[in-house]
Design a protein. Structure first.
Length: 677
């Protein structure tokens, strides 16, 4: 094992208290800039940096955006403690479905009332902010009013764990930044992330935002330091947790007085490991996505904790009576530099701890090629910070980073739908004078100028037709009038594709589902859920809803009756028997006129699954690969499936990854099959 030295952090004193340096630097930089990016390591108190900025800059209305509800709940306690300590008069309000429901069953109305407060810190999940910006939160007029009120509300917006979002999910942040700049709204921003997103930095540069970084620097020469992390012994392992089960059991048996955390990217692999540890009479706490808050809290009391990525954000491992680090040994999978740095950072946190001389141990499991590259260079480094830098360099990222690629693909509809919604708010003269130049500015920043809008307009019209066609509005004559107006540029395409009204209706419905599930949704999903009963609690909880695709392929299941209260909400109900030794390979069948590239089938259907019915996916896109594209698809981490298309087996990519394939693999990402085929 390689021993790496922990790091100290510089401290300073202000207002009669000791602070970690960045907690003071952040507000000082914000005084001079519109945007501050705080890149200090995880576990060094970035929340206090944001709260200090609110206090020192006399900010009355702040919006803190955290990626998951677990973290939002933690924020409430921490913010309230801070406000009480400093005698500040702000209210703290959580913006989640659960908390809005307590105030008013009409969630948009509840949020509107919160935005009227004069002195308030709102802590929100990004989903709600995204839907407000897209004017999908409430009925049309109230949604438009809420959108305008949100833009005018915050004096400060704080994005926590900003690296969590993918480039499509960044859309709401892009809109907030660019709207602030274009309309000269005096909002400041703090981005808190150890690994800042290069795309957002590009926007800050292009739009000439006054911005600065608060970076963690070596502490040599600083007057006062305090130790933040222990020394750590590191061993690199290959592949995944299942391939290293025997090694993990040995570690658990040899470290009986140590607190151990084991993190896997896969629920199935964690479940399998838990079963193997049970056989050796090793008790563990399990923390997984399906579990309730109470079940997770109970699991945290165990000495050995098995977890999925649920713990990466929002779960603190607390041992209040322990005088040294909470996590002595960490074993984790990592398929990106972000996950590696986040997870190894869990071990050996000793900031404020009485005992600081106990080392920690990390067993890092990663793809073989990456493990070999990092192993060959381990002897050349001596500190934890040097390891983080090395990992960032050696995890060669193939993520889509160019805005032009992603936002000229089908995701361009997101910008188009946003534009259509905004233009409805204003009179025609204002649209011409102010709104059209605003969208021209956004297109230029995203690199979309010079791309024809003709195809996009057809796409948008088709969606608006679908919305009207399948709405419950009773004014049939008005519906027909609007549809006739929108359908005119589409008539030739429709005539060539569909012979009957029934065929057209099926295609229209499929297209609408595609937009709702994969374009407008903040967290894209096939939407096909099943009820799962887990009597043995091998997943950590007794019952939950889950993605049918994941459960069918990864677990042996027994079909059961759907609970009465879920009859209209789920595709079916199953009892978990055990994890599968090997994932089940599903057969997919579609009929389509497309030969390759991006297409939205009217339906995708699996074959019969072990005596149960086939599963139909409505609105799920696919990307049919030509032979030359398969290697590139795998290089970018896209999962390739066998799909029977018109009786012939072809290779294709499904769902969200099909949209990514269109962005990456096509020379013209904006040019794809518009109508379901």
């Amino acid at each position: 094992m390689k021993k790496l030295i922990g790091y100290d952090v510089p401290i300073t004193f202000e207002d009669g208290k000791m602070w970690i340096l960045h907690q003071v630097e952040t507000y000082k930089e914000l005084l001079k800039n519109d945007v501050v990016i705080n890149t200090w390591p995880t576990g060094t108190g970035k929340t206090l940096a944001a709260l200090n900025a609110i206090r020192k800059l006399n900010i009355n209305k702040a919006l803190i955006i955290a990626p998951i509800n677990e973290l939002i709940r933690q924020y409430k306690d921490e913010v309230e403690r801070y406000l009480n300590e400093w005698g500040m008069g702000h209210k703290v309000e959580l913006v989640t479905a659960e908390n809005l429901d307590e105030k008013n069953p009409n969630h948009p109305k509840a949020l509107e009332n919160l935005l009227k407060n004069d002195k308030v810190i709102l802590v929100s999940n990004p989903d709600i902010i995204h839907y407000v910006i897209m004017q999908q939160y409430g009925k049309r007029q109230s949604a438009a009013n809420l959108f305008v009120r949100l833009l005018k509300f915050p004096e400060l917006v704080v994005f926590d764990e900003f690296h969590y979002y993918d480039i499509q999910q960044l859309f709401f942040a892009i809109i907030l930044l660019m709207t602030t700049k274009y309309f000269q709204i005096s909002t400041k921003y703090i981005f808190m992330t150890a690994t800042p997103n290069s795309s957002i930095i590009e926007i800050l540069d292009k739009e000439k935002f006054k911005h600065s970084f608060v970076n963690f620097k070596p502490t040599n020469g600083y007057v006062q330091n305090t130790k933040a992390t222990s020394d750590i012994f590191v061993e690199l392992l290959e592949k995944n947790i299942t391939e290293n089960t025997d090694k993990i059991i040995e570690i658990c048996l040899q470290n009986k007085d140590q607190d151990i955390v084991i993190i896997s990217d896969s629920l199935k692999r964690i479940v399998q490991l838990n079963l193997e540890l049970r056989k050796k009479s090793i008790n563990c706490g399990l923390i997984t996505g399906p579990m309730s808050k109470e079940e997770r809290q109970e699991a945290l009391n165990e000495r050995i904790i098995l977890a999925t990525p649920t713990v990466d954000i929002g779960i603190n491992f607390k041992k209040p009576f322990k005088q040294r680090q909470t996590v002595d040994v960490i074993i984790f999978e990592a398929n990106s530099s972000d996950s590696f740095i986040q997870r190894i950072g869990r071990a050996g946190r000793i900031l404020g701890k009485k005992l600081q001389n106990f080392p920690s141990y990390a067993y890092c499991i990663m793809p073989s090629s990456v493990a070999k590259r990092i192993s060959s260079k381990l002897d050349s480094i001596n500190t934890r910070l040097e390891l983080n830098k090395l990992v960032s360099e050696e995890f060669r990222s193939h993520e889509i980073e160019e805005f032009k690629k992603i936002y000229s693909s089908p995701y361009r509809m997101l910008l188009g739908l946003y534009e259509d919604a905004v233009k409805l708010i204003f009179p025609e003269d204002i649209v011409k004078e102010k709104i059209e130049p605003y969208f021209e500015k956004i297109e230029k920043t995203l690199g979309l100028t010079g791309i024809s809008n003709k195809i996009l307009r057809k796409q948008l019209n088709l969606y608006h037709i679908a919305e009207i066609y399948f709405s419950k509005e009773e004014n049939i004559n008005e519906k027909d009038r609007i549809i006739r107006k929108l359908i005119k540029p589409l008539e030739e395409d429709i005539t060539n594709l569909y012979f009957t009204q029934q065929e057209f209706e099926k295609a229209l419905y499929s297209y609408m589902e595609f937009i709702k599930k994969y374009i407008l949704s903040f967290r894209s999903s096939s939407g096909e859920k099943i009820y799962v009963l887990d009597e043995e609690k091998i997943t950590g909880t007794r019952e939950f809803l889950a993605d049918v695709f994941i459960m069918i392929t990864q677990y042996n299941l027994e079909k059961i009756e759907v609970p009465k209260n879920l009859k209209n909400q789920v595709l079916g109900a199953y009892k978990i028997l055990s994890p599968r030794d090997k994932n089940l390979k599903l057969d997919f069948n579609i009929q389509t006129k497309a030969e390759q590239g991006f297409v939205i089938p009217i339906k995708i259907e699996t074959g019969m699954i072990e005596g149960t019915k086939s599963i139909k996916f409505i609105g799920m896109p696919i990307y049919i690969l030509d032979p030359a594209q398969e290697g590139r698809a795998r290089k970018y981490g896209l999962k390739v499936y066998n799909i029977t298309i018109n009786g012939f087996v072809k290779r294709a990519v499904l769902g969200v990854e099909a949209i990514q394939a269109q962005a990456i693999l096509s020379n013209r990402p904006w040019d794809y099959k518009l109508f379901p085929l």
